[in-house]
Design a protein around this ligand. Structure first.
Ligand code: MET
Ligand SMILES: [Zn+2]
Ligand SMILES: [Zn+2]
Length: 420
């Protein structure tokens, strides 16, 4: 549990952000109930409608709606996920669920960048537009707060996009999370890389720890890891040579190793095991040749000739319903793109060249449905700390982000021409 709070408790945008951050929605036991209660209360205080959907028991999805004057036009959907990855408090300078603001304005918390900031910024922006500027949207604006994004979204956004409740929203354009920018320009993402979880297993000859023989499970696994490491190095070399961005190559990173015969004090040291296993996080670009990579895994990374087996788990869609890569155009063919760009410019912001996101978001499920979706989290001059220790966001950056969303929501919701 986080230490007691003795920071100021006034009702302000920063304080509301801190309150949301203090709700522990980290896996493996995210407190979705408290988060939904908090967000619902905020939405109601602004005068917005809410609906809680539960496609999976105890995994609520909150839908907030600001009705537009022309409900026949496709709506705008602003998405964020409620859950976070875990945090190890002992490795943080401040408790990850205390949301402490340091004298230089940094708010430390798991989720500060990924992605609780945007969740409350959406609400703050609407609050100002609605209650201070009496702005009335033409298109309906929805906010979705979804569970389980960090574990693949199968019980969250994946179910939502297939539900009649989603169809009824008639969504024309989606904004989802992006990543922080270390420069003075905001980053925007037109595609994600998609994850494959790869597990490779080696079987081999067991034997005495002192013996030298061929074809042990460990030897086979290590040879395979060498091949994978070489592939990883080649991909990384392309990046290091400046020929591609990180997100434009395939990443493959080992995330666990499992082998050995357990003993009460650790592992048996004088036995060579007959099984060994390794897990990899692979991220594919939208253009990756899937068959080619599968062939490489079968023939080079886990060859049956070396007593290896493998399992690929695809975490979500890789192609849309037309069989096309999940990419949202950022050119004149997509009218939403120009409106979005104008809105950021009008707020005094500069946009960097659109990128592929190195990681993965729920936007892929909406792109799969053919809905144009951009990834955007208005954080500039900010180190990229998602999933890292000491994740923080500066108060000034957070507040400026609200202003940017005010402009974006105003522009998108008053844009009448485009259908989809
Ligand atoms: C496994 S789906 C994606 C989860 C998370 N957003 C990531 O990029 O790692
Ligand atoms: Zn995220
Ligand atoms: Zn994340």
């Amino acid at each position: 549990t986080p230490p007691p709070q003795n920071q100021q408790q006034e009702d302000s945008p920063i304080n509301r952000f801190q309150q949301y951050l203090r709700i522990n929605t980290a896996h493996p036991n995210p407190d979705y109930t408290s988060a939904v209660t908090f967000l619902k209360t905020q939405a109601h205080s602004i005068g917005l409608q809410t609906q809680t959907l539960e496609f999976t028991p105890n995994k609520p999805l909150l839908l907030v709606t600001w009705p537009g004057s022309n409900p026949t036009l496709p709506s705008i959907l602003l998405n964020s996920h409620i859950d976070s990855v875990p945090a190890e408090p002992s490795k943080w300078s401040h408790h990850p669920f205390s949301a402490v603001r340091t004298p230089d304005g940094k708010i430390f918390a798991r989720g500060a960048q990924d992605d609780k900031c945007i969740g409350v910024q959406y609400l703050e922006a609407i609050k100002t537009l609605k209650n201070e500027f009496s702005f009335e949207p033409i298109r309906t604006v929805h906010i979705s707060y979804v569970p389980d994004e960090e574990i693949g979204g199968l019980d969250g956004m994946a179910k939502f996009v297939k539900a009649k409740e989603f169809e009824e929203l008639n969504v024309g354009f989606v904004l989802d999370e992006g990543q922080a920018s270390t420069s003075n320009e905001f980053r925007v993402f037109y595609a994600d890389r998609s994850p494959w979880n790869l597990v490779i297993r080696a079987l081999g000859t067991p034997g005495h720890g002192s013996r030298m023989f061929d074809n042990s499970a460990m030897e086979n696994l290590m040879k395979s890891i060498e091949v994978i490491t070489k592939f990883r190095g080649n991909q990384f070399d392309v990046v290091k040579a400046g020929l591609a961005a990180n997100s434009e190559v395939i990443s493959v990173n080992p995330v666990y190793l499992k082998a050995g015969i357990p003993s009460p004090t650790g592992f048996v040291m004088n036995m060579q095991p007959s099984e060994a296993e390794a897990g990899f996080d692979i991220r594919l670009t939208p253009m990756t040749d899937l068959d080619l990579l599968k062939k490489r895994i079968a023939e080079e990374w886990a060859p049956a000739t070396m007593n290896m087996t493998y399992q690929i788990t695809e975490k979500g869609p890789l192609r849309d319903y037309m069989g096309q890569p999940l990419v949202t155009p950022t050119n004149d063919s997509n009218p939403w793109w120009s409106v979005f760009k104008q809105a950021v410019t009008a707020a005094g912001g500069k946009l960097a060249k659109p990128e592929i996101l190195p990681s993965t978001t729920d936007a892929r499920f909406m792109r799969q449905m053919g809905i144009p979706s951009l990834g955007f989290s208005p954080m500039k001059n900010t180190p990229i700390l998602l999933h890292d220790h000491n994740e923080f966001l500066k108060d000034t950056v957070y507040l400026e982000g609200i202003k940017v969303y005010e402009s974006i929501i105003k522009y998108l919701s008053s844009f009448e021409e485009a259908s989809r």
